[in-house]
Write a protein of this length. Structure first.
Ligand SMILES: [Zn+2]
Ligand SMILES: [Zn+2]
Length: 167
């Protein structure tokens, strides 16, 4: 009988420990995603700035791009900005989605069909989604003064970034 009690006790303890580990890991991942310093792939800046830490006027002009060019409100948690070379890594081209796929490559998701696009560096003049054919280009949006990985104006952004699966 004593052995029986210990057996169930051990299972109970195991469940508690595993749950705690799971929760711990989840919290850790969220923390890392939000606080780890991410380097810019395009210049020597080793620390991208989180969108929500930007001054309000910059936030406003960056949102202008998304509203005017992509006709949407982006996931602000997924936007990282390089203030050195003035590049916006958005919720699709941003590190948030790509980091677990390949941290050091320039990866993005197609804004139309969610296909993973690799090799989207500044040097690549001919980025095109192999699935739906949408072309992308790193371009400066005059009004906001920042550079974005732009689909053609009027492209309907239908992909959803809400559930990256690990955050
Ligand atoms: Zn940069
Ligand atoms: Zn596509």
């Amino acid at each position: 009988m004593g052995a029986q009690v210990n057996y169930w006790g051990a299972i109970g303890l195991g469940v508690v420990v595993l749950t705690a580990l799971g929760v711990g890991l989840w919290v850790f991942k969220r923390y890392v995603i939000r606080h780890m310093s991410l380097p810019c792939q395009f210049c020597r800046n080793t620390r991208l700035t989180l969108f929500r830490k930007l001054p309000d006027d910059l936030k406003k002009s960056i949102l202008t791009y998304f509203r005017e060019h992509e006709n949407r409100d982006p996931d602000e948690e997924g936007i990282f900005v390089c203030l050195e070379c003035r590049t916006v890594h958005d919720d699709f081209s941003g590190e948030k989605m790509s980091r677990e796929v390949d941290f050091y490559q320039v990866t993005t998701l197609c804004k139309v069909c969610s296909t993973l696009l690799r090799d989207c560096g500044l040097y690549n003049e001919n980025i095109r989604c192999p699935t739906c054919g949408t072309p992308y280009k790193w371009q400066v949006h005059e009004k906001s003064g920042f550079r974005y990985l732009m689909p053609p104006a009027g492209t309907e952004v239908t992909s959803k970034i809400d559930d990256p699966g690990y955050a």
